[in-house]
Unconditional design. Structure first.
Length: 341
């Protein structure tokens, strides 16, 4: 059995359609209706713009676009993939699992495949599953994919400032996809350790209620809010600051790193402030992260792999670097993975 696994390739995809945050504020008449200055969302979150695919592409499409690039980068035959994962907040349909749609579009046959769904930590969980499956001998080559068309969850029907409190976070959601190929190996891009914790008592803090047994059918007009993303942003910030730093410390302890040893932190990004505050808690300078929320918004489970790819594009991520992948997700769940790049 291999004792370590490595990320052979990683890629991402974002739609071409760019939506400016300031244009959303003007559309909703922030100043006239809520008495808020234009530009406040960008000031509070750091999000200047995001990408939108809704009405044109499905979640599986974004995953497939990224997966094809990852396969090409890895220079492997597609039929060598023996485990396929689709890991996202979003999905094409309730039944069957979206991974089946991804498999069809990629032309993968007889592959073991299933969905991994844990909100914005889904892709990170997918990497962890790939690591475990390869180390156990149950897989040799794993394709981990994600696709998020979560702008479908954005509610633009906001009538009061009380409603804005729970719907504002949705206004910075963005669409994107990503994919990684994981194989056995002890060379570069090695997965060292990970740790995940979930606090289910906070599941109501950020939700899209429709689509399950609680709301299995399309609701009447009076109940449409259950189809949108609703979030208590203040509580999410509180939970992120309370729960994520201890998990980071546990993973650093596992691999014997001190905060000053860490070269780069690539995290799920809801706001720049959350990332800055989390890093402050563990004594890692903010300069050791890569910001993506400014241009892509909150891309759900695609956020961490997009940050990783952006670090590569910018020349920030180099061979031999000690890297932490840091996730926080609705639920509430925290997850951290350590890599030697």
């Amino acid at each position: 059995m291999p004792d370590r696994t490595r990320i052979l390739s990683i890629s991402y995809y974002v739609p071409d359609n760019v939506v400016k945050t300031i244009d959303i504020e003007k559309k909703l008449q922030f100043k006239e209706r809520f008495g808020l200055p234009y530009g406040i969302l960008t000031k509070m979150t750091g999000c200047r713009e995001h990408r939108e695919a809704r009405g044109k592409l499905d979640a599986s499409d974004l995953a497939v676009f990224a997966a094809k690039k990852a396969i090409e980068q890895a220079n492997i035959p597609p039929d060598s993939i023996d485990l396929l994962l689709f890991c996202a907040c979003d999905h094409d349909i309730d039944e069957p699992a979206t991974v089946n749609v991804v498999a069809e579009k990629l032309g993968l046959k007889k592959v073991s495949a299933f969905d991994v769904k844990n909100a914005c930590n889904s892709f990170l969980n997918g990497l962890d599953i790939a690591d475990a499956m390869i180390k156990s001998g149950k897989a040799n080559t794993v394709l981990v994919t994600t696709g998020e068309v979560i702008t479908n969850w954005v509610c633009y029907n906001i009538r009061t400032r009380d409603e804005l409190k729970y719907k504002a976070a949705g206004l910075t959601l963005g669409d994107g996809g990503a994919a990684a190929i994981v194989v056995s190996g002890n060379a570069e891009r090695v997965i060292l350790a990970s740790h995940f914790e979930t606090y289910g008592e906070y599941w109501k803090v950020a939700t899209v209620m429709a689509g399950g047994t609680m709301y299995p059918r399309c609701p009447q007009d009076s109940d449409l809010d259950v189809t949108y993303f609703l979030s208590d942003s203040e509580k999410i910030l509180e939970l992120a600051l309370e729960k994520i730093p201890p998990v980071m410390e546990k993973v650093m302890a596992k691999v014997g790193w001190r905060p000053e040893d860490v070269d780069l932190v690539l995290g799920h990004q809801v706001t720049i402030k959350i990332m800055r505050d989390i890093l402050n808690r563990v004594n890692i300078p903010f300069e050791k992260t890569v910001v993506t929320v400014d241009r892509y918004g909150n891309t759900g489970a695609a956020s961490i792999p997009i940050a990783l790819c952006t670090a590569l594009e910018q020349g920030r991520l180099k061979s031999g670097m000690k890297v932490l992948l840091v996730g926080g997700a609705s639920g509430f769940s925290a997850g951290v993975m350590a890599l030697i790049w």
